[in-house]
Design a protein around this ligand. Structure first.
Ligand SMILES: C[S@@+](CC[C@H](N)C(=O)[O-])C[C@H]1O[C@@H](n2cnc3c(N)ncnc32)[C@H](O)[C@@H]1O
Length: 488
């Protein structure tokens, strides 16, 4: 992306785009729709405008907020649903939208008599999900009706929790398969937790099923990305941001679509009690304005947002190392790894299960250090391949340095090769499985596929090919590393 604008201050909190805590944001212009240009730029950007939504939505929201929200953006239609387009020339530094907290939907919008019945186990996301269902049930009487009816319908949602068993089978190879099941279980537990309270208000929640709740939950969704040290424990939401009011849905701003290469982000300004987006560059009328939801891999995107991008530079793959309990000096190695608290090993249970999932990112072939393959993974393999004397050397080496075990190449070259070949063999196994899985997806052009299934098949393809690309990059680097050691 191009120029960056410094807009941060102590009063800003940056959410929804968790990594963009760098105090600068950019907006990007992509997928400019084919416009029928006329002499008037105003006319030019009208051909893709969602007339029905554009005419009443913003005036309604501005009236509710008692303030101007945007004079520069129009609501339009894109290949990815609703989107925001520049309606007039925008210059770098312009504030293109500003949504006060007062017109954001947060847990405290739920009637207090309902909220007071919830225990701590009911999450903020579940509360906002219930709020959506409550407002939906009120129909036109809801003060949020113009917003609620513009939210995607269940049939438009493609998060993996909504995939059928057959569809999920397409991605069994990916860690997303298990994450999807975990997320379904989480939603079910949340539903059980809210039910005693909602049962007391049949007028508001009668007939609300787990399916309805899962739909509303996915619109707000809080989850954690996994396997990536950078993202661990950082909340991710599908249409919601987090502010001092808790997880909040921000009407209008949530019509912005995602571009992973953009640095753009929506900022919440606690002092002014509003969320805003500042333009960092000029826009012409008709440009679609996109922001980044975060530096997410396709696995995060498909799980949390229900879409993938064809080539995702943030893709990553998980490799599992299963070590048999009878492995040479198994207990001694586990004890050593635990004592030195290698980041790869979190707790005793993980040790005794003898399994570890490592997250790999794309490795540049020319990279000297093999950036992308976690150091913890290589250290783990080094420890596993060492004999008793070498373990003792590793232990004293760690104690004398920064306390981290086996971070440098093993002195014994053939042992270093053995450790990396162990990783390589796991990755090769996985590459073969991914290859087979991708082949079994069948051709993308099959006439027999209904649109929904074709879309999900394409997502499965994007997901698997991205993870395969990452695995292959690691494999190529490891082969080169071992060959160099052999030659040396
Ligand atoms: C915050 S909403 C953005 C507005 C949305 N298009 C709508 O119609 O309301 C996020 C949703 O938009 C869609 N979306 C956003 N960016 C996308 C992209 N780059 N590719 C595909 N779908 C995208 C996905 O359905 C996603 O769950």
């Amino acid at each position: 992306m191009q120029t960056l604008v410094l807009v941060g201050s102590a009063n800003f909190t940056y959410t929804w785009c968790p990594l963009a805590r760098r105090h600068f944001f950019t907006l990007s212009v992509r997928h400019r729709p084919k416009l029928k240009f006329s002499t008037s730029s105003d006319k030019a950007c009208r051909s893709y405008i969602d007339e029905e939504c554009d005419e009443d939505f913003l005036p309604w929201l501005e009236q509710k907020a008692c303030t101007k929200i945007s004079s520069m953006l129009s609501i339009g239609k894109s290949a990815h649903g609703r989107a925001l387009y520049a309606s007039k020339p925008i210059q770098a530094g312009d504030c293109i939208l500003r949504v006060p907290y007062s017109v954001q939907l947060a847990p405290d919008n739920l009637p207090p008599e309902i909220c007071s019945l919830f225990g701590d186990e009911v999450s903020s996301v579940s509360k906002v999900a219930l709020l959506l269902l409550h407002e939906q049930k009120m129909g036109q009487k809801s003060e949020w009706a113009p917003y609620i009816r513009r939210l995607p319908q269940p049939f438009e949602m493609h998060n993996t929790i909504f995939w059928s068993d057959d569809e999920l089978e397409m991605i069994r190879q990916s860690v997303i398969y298990q994450e999807t099941i975990k997320q379904r279980n989480h939603i079910e537990k949340q539903f059980m937790a809210i039910k005693p309270a909602t049962d007391q208000f049949p007028q508001c929640f009668e007939d609300v099923s787990l399916k309805d709740f899962a739909y509303a939950h996915a619109l707000v969704l809080w989850t954690r990305t996994f396997g990536d040290d950078l993202f661990l424990d950082i909340p991710v939401t599908s249409r919601a941001w987090e502010s001092s009011r808790g997880v909040s849905m921000i009407p209008f701003a949530d019509f912005l679509n995602h571009d992973g290469t953009s640095e753009a982000c929506l900022m919440s300004h606690e002092g002014k009690q509003l969320s805003e987006v500042i333009a960092e560059r000029d826009y012409s009328p008709g440009d679609q304005v996109l922001i980044s939801y975060g530096k997410f891999s396709n696995s995060s995107l498909v799980l949390d947002f229900g879409f993938t991008v064809p080539y995702n530079i943030y893709d990553q793959a998980q490799v599992e190392l299963n070590i048999p309990q009878h492995y040479h000096l198994f207990q001694m190695k586990l004890e050593l790894l635990q004592r030195f608290k290698a980041p790869a090993i979190k707790d005793v249970n993980e040790f005794s299960s003898s399994e570890k999932l490592f997250t790999i990112k794309e490795v540049k072939f020319a990279s000297k250090k093999g950036r992308g393959i976690p150091q913890s993974f290589r250290a783990f393999a080094r420890v596993l391949c060492s004999n008793a004397q070498e373990l003792s050397d590793l232990e004293s080496g760690a104690a004398q340095s920064d306390g981290r075990l086996a971070r440098s190449p093993l002195k014994n070259k053939s042992r270093e090769i053995e450790a990396h070949e162990l990783i390589l063999s796991k990755i090769t196994e996985q590459i073969n499985e991914y290859d087979a899985c991708i082949k079994s997806l069948g051709p993308s052009t099959s006439q027999n596929l209904v649109r929904k299934h074709a879309l999900r098949r394409q997502m499965a393809h994007d997901l698997l090919t991205g993870e395969l690309r990452v695995l292959k990059s690691a494999s190529a680097w490891l082969k080169k590393y071992c060959a160099t050691l052999l030659e040396g």
